[in-house]
Each structure stands twice: as structure tokens, then as C-alpha cells.
Design a protein around this ligand. Structure first.
Ligand SMILES: [Zn+2]
Ligand SMILES: [Zn+2]
Length: 385
């Protein structure tokens, strides 16, 4: 009987001992010594406040620094912003910026691919959460060809060269210093050191695991990424992962004002004082277009699924959907025309105040058209359900 070859990804890979030891040394005290200390000694206000501040600084350095600044170049930052992001990023103990960002770029490029995505959700929840780090899988092989820009960033390379010293200094040195100031060395090492590290790591790991399993897919179902408001609450705004996988260079993940995205707020607030600049945003029209395209896909699927040729109600819905599609194509053509006009006006420097505002008005009208159409198409597939 012919044997099916084992896929590369499922071969038994050797254990990644440094990672295994690191997880054992942090997880075991977190579930044994920490609760014992909490019950017998307890923690004071100073320790709780330093824990909360360091947890936030560590988490935001991964989301705003490692992820949106370095992996995606969604904005630019002043060295005064980059240095703390680099230091507190090292405190998250998730490898150097160079390694993290290079792997994350591979994740986006090959998302869900079992052999190439380093934390492919298709290989299971545990694998995408932390299983991928515990063994030396071929999918985690490093290749910095996709991070040439980062190799030219002196702050990134300084951290990469001195990663171990920085990571140890931030994880032991800083909590020990705070403990010494407060007169309770062990309390600080346990709460601001160990517990803070364990929580901040799992929060980031949730983005690779849960954010690819649990939630809605309003923009695309071409990959497993999901939007999840609850997850956004604990991941500093990274729960809008379906949007992020489609528009990875946007500095925002939660794009509406009511979306909980403290990483976006930090980046935007820092731009007011000159610490960040060139914040990249996907134009509203393009976002609306993606949402509507997805609505069309869902509507088509529902109507054709239940389409009995003889059912006049479904035939009518089908007709209406085709009309909406033509209307959509027409709006897209108008938008393309407007883009050409804007480009020409900018090139010839002929755009005076009136033309600009006229173009803005036309763009706004097109955005409203898409939003209204979105509501109508949604209604169509609800009727077909
Ligand atoms: Zn992802
Ligand atoms: Zn990303």
C-alpha cells in the first residue's frame, strides 16, 4: 500500500530548549509561589500600581512598537518614542524586534499556510497560541531578507545585539530596583516581574490563536482572521484582526471611534507632540468598498443556495441583487474617475480651494452611496435566509 508522505510541518521537530525552560521558569512560580505569596504576605498599593503600569508599557510596546511600527511600518516614530518601545518590548520576552517583525511579516504573507506561516491557525489553537515556540519547526526558520529596512534601524540592531542583557535587565533588574525602593524585593519580583510577564505574553499569544478562531469576518473570509470586540479589550486593540489582515499597513486596527484600540490612541496622541508622524490610514471609501464586497458575497451565496428556479420570490431577490451589483460597479467607476481627476489636479497644481472642496463633496457622496447600498444588500440576504 503506498504511503502518504508526512507534510513537512507535522514532522516531529526537536524541542526548543531555551523557550521551554523560559516558560517553565515563569509559569511554575506564577501558579505556585505567586498565589502562596498573595495569601500569606499580600501586595501593597505601590506594587499593584507598578504591576499595572509595567503590564501596560510591555503590552503597548509590542502592539504599537513591535507590531504596528516595526513589522508593518504603519507610522514613523521619533527616537524618543522608539527607545522606550524597544526597552519595554524586550521586557515582553518575545524575542528581538528583528526576529519578531520578520516572522510576523511571514505570518501575513503566508497566513494559514501549514508549512510556511510560523503560527498557522490551521495547525490548531494550541500550536498557534504557543506550541509553535516550543519546538524548532521548519516554519519558524529565520530569514531576514524580508526585514532589510529593520537592519538599517540602529535602535532595532542595538536591541538585537544586546537582547539578552536588555531582556534580563528589564525583567529582573527593573522589578528588583522597584522592590528595593519599596522595601519588598520578592513581592516586586513576583508581581511586576513574573506575573506581569506571564499575563503580557498570553495576551499577545491570544492574537495569534483566538483572533484567528473566534469572531466575525466583516471584511474577508479569505483567511482565518476575525474581528472580536472582547479580545480587543485585553489586547490593547488588536482584536480587530480581520480588518488588520486585509489592511495591515493602517496604524489603526479598530477604525471606528467606538472601537477599543488604545494602541491607536497612543500613536495618534503621540503625533500631537511630534513623537510620531506619517500615520497611515486606509481611505474610508476603500474600507466601505471592502465591507460591501463581502456583503455581496454573502448575499450571492445565500440567494443561490436557496435558489429554486421556480420560486418567484428568490428570482426577484436575484434580480434586485444584480441591479445592486450594477449600481456598485457604476459607483466604483465614478470613484476611479475622481481619483484620476484628483491626481491630475495635484500634478498640475491647479487644484484651487473650490475644486478641492468640490472633490471632497463628491467623494463624501460616493461614500454615502456605498453605505446605503450596504444596508440594502444586507436586507436582501436577510430576506433570502
Ligand atoms: Zn494574524
Ligand atoms: Zn500584523
Amino acid at each position: 500500500m503506498p504511503q502518504t508522505p508526512t507534510p513537512l510541518s507535522f514532522e516531529r521537530a526537536p524541542l526548543n530548549w531555551p523557550a521551554v525552560i523560559m516558560f517553565v521558569l515563569t509559569t511554575v512560580p506564577a501558579v505556585t509561589i505567586f498565589p502562596w505569596y498573595l495569601i500569606t504576605v499580600g501586595f501593597d498599593t505601590f506594587e499593584v500600581i507598578s504591576f499595572v503600569l509595567l503590564l501596560g508599557a510591555t503590552g503597548l510596546s509590542i502592539t504599537a512598537g513591535y507590531h504596528r511600527l516595526w513589522a508593518h511600518r504603519a507610522y514613523e516614530a521619533h527616537p524618543l518614542m522608539k527607545i522606550p518601545l524597544m526597552l519595554f518590548g524586550a521586557m515582553a520576552l518575545q524575542n528581538s524586534i528583528l526576529i519578531w517583525a520578520s516572522m510576523h511579516r511571514v505570518h501575513h504573507k503566508h497566513v494559514d499556510d501549514e508549512d510556511q506561516d510560523p503560527y498557522s491557525a490551521k495547525r490548531g489553537l494550541w500550536f498557534s497560541h504557543m506550541g509553535w515556540m516550543l519546538r524548532d519547526y521548519p516554519s519558524s526558520a529565520l530569514d531576514f531578507k524580508n526585514a532589510r529596512d529593520l537592519k538599517e534601524d540602529p535602535i532595532v540592531m542595538f536591541q538585537h545585539r544586546h537582547y539578552l542583557a536588555l531582556a534580563l535587565g528589564m525583567n529582573f533588574g527593573l522589578p528588583a530596583l522597584l522592590g528595593w525602593i519599596n522595601g519588598d524585593l520578592w513581592g516586586s519580583l513576583l508581581l511586576a516581574g513574573v506575573m506581569r510577564l506571564v499575563i503580557s505574553q498570553h495576551v499577545t499569544f491570544f492574537i495569534n490563536s483566538l483572533a484567528h478562531y473566534w469572531g466575525r469576518q466583516p471584511y474577508t473570509d479569505a483567511n482565518s482572521a476575525r474581528d472580536n470586540d472582547l479580545l480587543a479589550l485585553v489586547t490593547y486593540g488588536e482584536g480587530y484582526h480581520n480588518y488588520h489582515h486585509l489592511f495591515q499597513w493602517d496604524y489603526r486596527n479598530g477604525i471606528r471611534w467606538w472601537h477599543f484600540d488604545p494602541t491607536k490612541w497612543l500613536i495618534a496622541a503621540s503625533s500631537w507632540v511630534g513623537l510620531t508622524r506619517n500615520l497611515k490610514r486606509v481611505p474610508n471609501f476603500v474600507v466601505q468598498r471592502a465591507l460591501l464586497q463581502r456583503q455581496f458575497e454573502v448575499a450571492r451565496e445565500r440567494i443561490s443556495h436557496s435558489a429554486g428556479e421556480t420560486d418567484p420570490r428568490l428570482a426577484r431577490l436575484h434580480g434586485l441583487l444584480e441591479q445592486e451589483w450594477q449600481h456598485f460597479s457604476h459607483t466604483l467607476a465614478e470613484w476611479t474617475q475622481l481619483q484620476t481627476e484628483r491626481f491630475d489636479a495635484a500634478k498640475q497644481q491647479l487644484a484651487d480651494q473650490w475644486e478641492n472642496s468640490d472633490m471632497r463633496k463628491r467623494l463624501r457622496a460616493l461614500e454615502i452611496t456605498l453605505r446605503q447600498q450596504n444596508a440594502r444588500v444586507r436586507l436582501l440576504h436577510l430576506q433570502a435566509a
